[in-house]
Design a protein around this ligand. Structure first.
Ligand code: ATP
Length: 629
């Protein structure tokens, strides 16, 4: 590998990208491995495979270069003026422009063309794979933009435009080769995927499995090495979920809206591994001591969700504040909010992996191993532990009992507090063993009322399997069901898409009318322009619209194209009916006070005049009435 030129890989990439058949892609890749990666000759597989699967490479840190920053560095590296048309193409890569054609929305293609125009060299600069990896290591480790720019100009000097295009894709960690990670692994070695799933260590996989003819003994998980998580399959309704788990013993759990985190404890050392196998030591500031004191074994792996507990509101905070709270804990700032880990599974205890045990057995272990601490470290287990505990009376109502949090949160916004209270005293709320589909429906309904993210159904007899999404766990989210009423809102802007919809409007900015509807019907001829206000010619009556949310899904390509075509020439605007998860969020980005989670266009209302758009006040009333306030 030390001598293999990067241009050889580029030919492989071009071949793979061009060919339609997956078996051809695989055989090209195999041929490349056999010809150019010969460990016996001092070559190594890792140097090449890390460039093919850059998103799985943990050895190199993050480059800190998404498209926009990369564009500015490339502009400087190529010595271009920021105002030049090519710089503008790079900076506005989504939109493209007249010269962009099919390239709009494809950053690496635009960049390659811009490089080509400046460096006429078609011949390769003879960069080797080894040199490329060294330069990428430097790119990831340098901190300021000028160093990054100088490494990029080095790369530009040593490559031609084709090679540079692939390097940019490697930096952006998406090669779009049209071959799955599974196929790459399988072609490399039949046990590669399994080993990667339990170690998340590409280097180790490449080194351990150098001999394809030698099968590797299935490796179990280890403390200190992140493992790819068990995943949940999506179902569209409770009945479908129940049918899928027919005949199994089923537990349903609240789907918490936080960060999926594995906690690995090895004595005093604690790691917080996220879904992309990165350690998050910042979580330790708030929570490590609690873990050391309340996890009753020296070595273990917990699987769960990192959330933020709001002490003053007595409920979990909305998704999105984890990092901010971790930082506040690090800085020793006093806050009403704190990190709270909810462990819903256990994968390793003492010196043994327990993923092969049933979920029911793992729940027992979780109860034994973790001593819950209210609002800090919680366990999610059914019919036992905290959830099954019924309060003796009001005296221990606010004790360290997990179930009460939800209780308390209901108290804060419902008027029928007392009846709800009794209902919830009788039933566990966060996790429950169910015996029929009605139980699932009921739990799901409460989840929606309580504005939780959804529910997860789990087969209690199942083992925990890395990266498995076969249906042992099922997820059901309210955003997959239709909200009670459609919201008729006005398109007031558009966003250019990327990839397949690059250079075209792929999402809309929609608005609400600012004032309650008028009885007066303005002149439609001059109305509905794609601006924030629309005026009636005859009486100067003006209607203002405030931005409300961004919506891109729901329409077929054909329907979307039709809307965009109709919008284009006249800059006219239409009403669209949107549905969404019934939960709203307080909006910081848009002008309306609330926005929607997971909005989806239900249909375009060509039939409805623009001035019949929903107004802000009516929407706020809708929000309050569905909140019960
Ligand atoms: P999503 O975007 O729906 O969370 P995902 O791709 O992150 O999906 P999935 O495996 O499809 O992950 O869905 C399950 C996710 O739900 C987990 O990754 C985890 O972060 C989260 N989760 C929240 N509560 C639970 C729970 N009780 N059991 C399992 N997963 C849970």
């Amino acid at each position: 590998m030390s001598e293999t030129k990067f241009s050889v890989m580029v030919s492989l990439f071009n071949w793979m990208q061009k060919s339609k058949s997956s078996s051809v892609k695989r055989s090209k890749f195999r041929k490349f491995l056999d010809t150019f990666c010969r460990p016996n000759n001092g070559d190594d597989y890792f140097s090449a495979i890390r460039l093919i699967l850059p998103n799985l490479d943990r050895e190199r840190g993050s480059y800190g270069l998404r498209e926009h920053v990369l564009a500015t560095c490339l502009i400087d590296a190529l010595g271009m003026s920021r105002d030049s048309p090519d710089s503008q193409r790079l900076l506005n890569w989504r939109k493209g422009g007249p010269k962009s054609g099919a390239f709009a929305g494809n950053f690496s293609l635009i960049a390659a063309e811009v490089v080509l125009q400046r460096r006429q060299a078609m011949v390769s600069g003879d960069l080797t794979i080894k040199e490329l990896n060294e330069l990428l290591d430097r790119l990831a480790s340098c901190e300021n933009r000028s160093e990054k720019t100088s490494i990029l100009s080095d790369l530009i000097r040593k490559t031609n435009a084709q090679e540079m295009k692939w390097i940019i894709m490697i930096i952006l960690k998406d090669l779009k080769l049209g071959i799955s990670e599974k196929s790459i692994f399988h072609e490399f070695h039949p046990d590669a995927e399994d080993l990667f799933n339990v170690t998340c260590d590409l280097k180790l996989v490449c080194e351990k499995l150098r001999d394809r003819s030698q099968r590797h003994k299935r490796q179990d998980i280890e403390v200190g090495k992140p493992v790819r998580p068990q995943l949940a399959l999506r179902v569209s309704n409770a009945a479908a979920g129940w049918k899928k788990l027919h005949g199994k013993e089923v537990v349903i759990e609240c789907k918490f809206d936080g960060d999926r985190i594995q906690i690995h404890r090895n004595g005093a050392e604690i790691n917080f591994f996220s879904r992309n196998f990165l350690d998050h030591p910042e979580y330790g500031h708030g929570i490590s001591d609690t873990i050391r004191e309340n996890i009753l074994v020296d070595r273990c792996i917990l699987d769960g969700e990192m959330l933020v507990w709001d002490k003053s509101a007595n409920r979990f905070a909305e998704f999105g504040s984890n990092q901010e709270i971790a930082k506040a804990a690090k800085d020793g700032l006093d806050s009403d909010r704190q990190l709270c880990y909810v462990a819903f599974d256990i994968l390793y205890v003492g010196d043994t992996s327990v993923i092969h045990q049933s979920l029911k057995e793992r729940h027992q272990l979780l109860r034994k191993v973790v001593k819950p601490v209210a609002g800090r470290l919680e366990i999610l287990v059914p019919n036992g532990g905290l959830n099954a505990h019924r309060p003796a009376g009001k005296g221990n109502y606010f004790s360290a009992c997990f179930i009460y949090y939800k209780q308390f949160c209901l108290l804060s916004y419902r008027d029928k507090v007392f009846s709800r209270q009794i209902l919830f005293f009788m039933e566990p709320c966060w996790s429950l063993i169910v015996h029929d589909v009605d139980g699932v429906e009921k739990f799901f309904k409460e989840t929606i009322e309580n504005r939780d993210e959804g529910i997860v159904l789990k087969d209690l007899g199942s083992k925990w399997e890395p990266s498995d999404r076969s249906g042992k766990w099922l997820k059901l989210k309210p955003d997959y069901i239709r909200a009670g009423s459609d919201l008729d809102v006005l398109i007031i802007g558009g966003y250019y898409g990327s990839g397949r919809r690059g250079g075209e409007v792929a999402q809309f900015l929609v608005g609400l009318a600012e004032r309650p509807r008028q009885t007066h019907i303005p002149d439609v001829q001059n109305s509905g322009r794609l601006t924030n206000s629309a005026a009636c010619k005859s009486c100067m009556w003006t209607k203002l619209f405030v931005s409300f949310c961004r919506v891109g899904t729901g329409l077929s390509d054909e329907e979307l194209n039709a809307v965009v075509t109709k919008l284009k020439p006249y800059l006219r605007s239409f009403i669209v009916s949107i549905t969404s998860d019934i939960r709203t969020i307080r909006s910081e980005v848009f002008a309306a006070p609330y926005s929607l989670r997971f909005p989806r266009i239900d249909r375009v209302r060509y039939d409805k005049p623009w001035h019949e758009c929903l107004d802000v006040q009516s929407f706020i009333e809708l929000v309050h009435s569905s909140n019960g306030t």
